[in-house]
Design a protein around this ligand. Structure first.
Ligand SMILES: *Cc1c(COP(=O)(O)O)cnc(C)c1O
Length: 383
């Protein structure tokens, strides 16, 4: 291996998480596995066949290039749905490959219908409704125009779904806003029913909504972060375990990110470590230099905050995170030698580092740090 770190993906951990999700939703509700952001940094190429093996039959992606990756790597013919961006040139490709698309823009919708009609095919659409996130989605007046378009091209589409997305179901602070979105959504569905429109799948729930608002599960859930073994926030985990007897986290991390000790140094009391003056050595300290930094996706916000595992012990990252290096205090692990394994995310022995335990200061860190893991770190599937 030429790279300074390596990512392992655990098939058994993924199976555990998928089983957990499927048990929660039952067999009447479909699971769509959300794999935008290079499968939350895990790597789409390896993750798609792993997920299929674990029982996933449908994927949600953000863009056409990700959908392309799914088609290239799927082995059991799973369905794929683009939730975000698709350009005019890509529409015909999507139609020909039965790739489903979200519709939140009338111009794009008419384009898609025209192309389908011209080629005597059908485009699989999901009407994305605006219900209060104020990001993407058809407003009420646009929805009425969308219905006119469906009447204008009756043979050129399959209405795969109607959907919306919640603005922060992972925090109880947003409870009122989410309830209002649920109400708006129901009213829009009533409107569709009045026009005799019935989609194959209604879907609104992401991981947090699936757990905290079970009524949002409808016909399908779009689950990202949970399948990788992370709760969206600490709050959502507590929400889940509060009524359970077993208070342990039911998920397993799929990803393990590891490197090796590159060099070891002794620093004496009163010296500063690394760039600047952010870390002052209080007692003579042995320090490991690890060849991973912000260029490899190890966020600078982990300066003086991050933890890594060496010999099964949680050790502190000291000083600032450099472009290609971090420094680790070896006081708790004096036996450490050059070449020893360093775990940045995942398990070592009985100890584990979750992204969130890097620091409680931001909930979004799980999502951000994972998706920023560079594509070129080698990844391999393990049991
Ligand atoms: C990312 C995303 C999801 C999945 O969110 P998680 O919190 O990772 O489960 C679901 N729906 C949409 C529209 C998304 O963009």
């Amino acid at each position: 291996m030429f790279e300074t770190s390596l990512i392992e993906l655990s098939q058994s951990a993924l199976q555990k998480n998928i089983n957990f999700i499927k048990k929660m939703i039952g067999d009447q509700i479909r699971l769509s596995s959300v794999i935008k952001g290079n499968a939350y940094g895990h790597g789409i190429e390896l993750f798609v066949p792993m997920a299929e093996k674990a029982g996933v039959q449908h994927f949600s992606v953000f863009s056409a290039d990700e959908a392309f990756q799914v088609l290239k790597n799927r082995q059991n013919g799973a369905g794929v749905m683009i939730m975000g961006s698709i350009d005019h040139e890509e529409l015909l490709w999507a139609i020909e490959n039965a790739v489903e698309v979200f519709v939140f823009d009338l111009g794009r919708m008419e384009n898609a219908l025209q192309i389908a009609k011209k080629h005597q095919k059908q485009v699989k659409i999901h009407l994305h409704l605006e219900t209060g996130m104020n990001r993407l989605g058809l407003e009420e007046h646009e929805l009425l125009k969308a219905l006119d378009l469906l009447k204008k091209y009756p043979n050129s589409f399959i209405l795969e779904g109607v959907c919306t997305h919640f603005a922060g179901a992972e925090s109880i602070a947003n409870y009122v806003r989410i309830q209002r979105q649920i109400d708006y959504y129901k009213r829009r569905i009533d409107l569709l029913n009045k026009h005799d429109i019935s989609p194959k799948y209604q879907h609104t729930a992401c991981s947090a909504a699936m757990i905290s608002y079970p009524e949002t599960r409808l016909d399908m859930v779009r689950v990202g972060i949970l399948q990788y073994g992370f709760f969206p926030t600490q709050e959502t985990l507590i929400q889940y375990i509060k009524e359970k007897e077993d208070k342990t986290d039911p998920l397993a991390r799929v990803l393990k990110w590891k490197s090796k000790v590159m060099s070891i140094k002794y620093v004496t009391t009163g010296e500063f470590v690394g760039y600047g003056t952010t870390y002052l050595v209080k007692n003579d300290t042995r320090i490991a230099v690890v060849p991973v930094g912000y260029a490899h996706g190890y966020s600078r916000s982990l300066s003086n905050q991050g933890r890594v595992l060496i010999h099964g012990k949680q050790l502190s990252v000291i000083g600032t995170v450099n472009m290609n290096l971090i420094l680790v205090d070896l006081t708790e692990s004096p036996e450490t030698q050059i070449g020893d394994e360093v775990v940045l995310i995942g398990k070592q022995g009985d100890a584990s580092i979750s992204v969130a335990s890097f620091g409680e200061f931001t909930n979004q860190l799980n999502y951000e740090l994972l998706t920023r893991l560079p594509i070129n770190i080698p990844r391999q599937v393990v049991d």
